[in-house]
Design a protein around this ligand. Structure first.
Ligand code: FE2
Ligand code: FE2
Length: 324
């Protein structure tokens, strides 16, 4: 709708001019900032994307947090503590980025603990042995890096900037996982078997982290036009497979996929499809740990009520003291 103003006031620019400015900003690879006009769909999609990412960071603390008390040495315990704490930090940056779009963090938390908003399907799998800590660092954080490095160029400024720091920390996570697995592979046969068994369990869920195949991912096209998604799910999955194969070889483990072979013609590895019915079941709430993960998050939220109340009371008192 066009409503030209006789005064020619630039502040009264009409809707199409705003849309044009937004489109030009995206086309020239500039960033959209919170103060800028943006289409409702862009705002809503980004809030959903960032919230889902934030929830994944926070819920993602649980599978590894499970091993903090049982880490086999003080060194491993302190590394794992630092890693899990980083994930909490990632969640907090991301909730803050969502708030710049007008989302309310308390509301996002409610949506998570009431099951209305999702988090990455990978965190609904159990961490059964200490080798899982290494495999999660190597493959799960590795897949996260593939997904997130392109997001450093997200068209939305606060998200892109948060991703730069997040990705640096994710690289550390991946290396710590790989280093842990290297140590285990230099250990006993039982330790090597434990690593291989963990790789066998996590490989397919890690491939599912990139989401459904492109022909079943209806929102991809719009998100790529908006430059809040830079590559398709299948492109990222391929990149992850190509990156992981030589790492597995150096480590001395195999992936549980007989179809995984180098295709010289394509210049990429061929590989089999994950079981997408399992993926749908897990995101539908029927994974091994969905109920437990959300229940833990809900309990932590309820147990933290007094901390939030105390922080508000303290802030109010300080305000009153400043005014008196
Ligand atoms: Fe993270
Ligand atoms: Fe991480």
């Amino acid at each position: 709708m066009t409503t030209a103003t006789p005064s020619g006031d630039p502040l009264a620019a009409d809707a199409s001019a705003l849309q044009q400015h937004f489109d030009d900003t995206i086309a020239s690879d500039q960033r959209i900032e919170p103060r800028d006009w943006m289409p409702d769909g862009y705002r809503k999609t980004l809030i959903r994307q960032i919230a889902q990412h934030a929830h994944s960071e926070i819920i993602g603390m649980q599978p590894e947090g499970n091993w903090i008390t049982r880490a086999p040495s003080l060194r491993r315990k302190s590394i794992l503590l630092a890693k899990v704490q980083d994930e909490a930090g990632h969640g907090l940056y991301l909730y803050s980025a969502a708030e710049t779009l007008g989302a309310d963090r308390a509301d996002l938390t409610d949506q998570l603990i009431s099951g209305k908003q999702k988090y990455s399907s990978i965190f609904n799998y159990p961490s059964l042995t200490f080798a899982d800590v290494g495999v999660i660092g190597w493959l799960v954080d590795g897949a996260a890096i593939c997904n997130q490095v392109p997001l450093c160029r997200s068209s939305f400024g606060p998200y892109g900037r948060a991703m730069i720091r997040v990705c640096k920390e994710e690289s550390f996570h991946q290396r710590q996982g790989y280093e842990l697995l290297m140590s285990m592979m230099r250990g006993t046969q039982a330790q090597r078997d434990m690593v291989q068994e963990a790789v066998d369990r996590w490989w397919w869920p890690a491939l599912m982290m990139f989401g459904p195949p492109d022909d079943r991912s209806p929102n991809t096209e719009q998100s790529m036009q908006w430059k809040i998604k830079r590559h398709t799910n299948d492109e990222l999955r391929q990149r992850f497979v190509d990156m992981s194969v030589p790492q597995a070889k150096a480590l001395g483990v195999t992936f549980p996929d007989p179809a995984l072979v180098w295709n010289a013609e394509r210049g990429h590895h061929d590989f089999d499809e994950p079981d997408w019915s399992e993926f749908m079941a897990v995101i539908g709430g029927n994974g091994a740990c969905n109920v437990e993960r959300v229940a833990n998050r809900r309990a932590a939220h309820e147990e933290g009520e007094w901390v939030r109340a105390a922080a508000v009371a303290f802030a109010n008192r300080q305000r009153e003291e400043a005014q008196s």
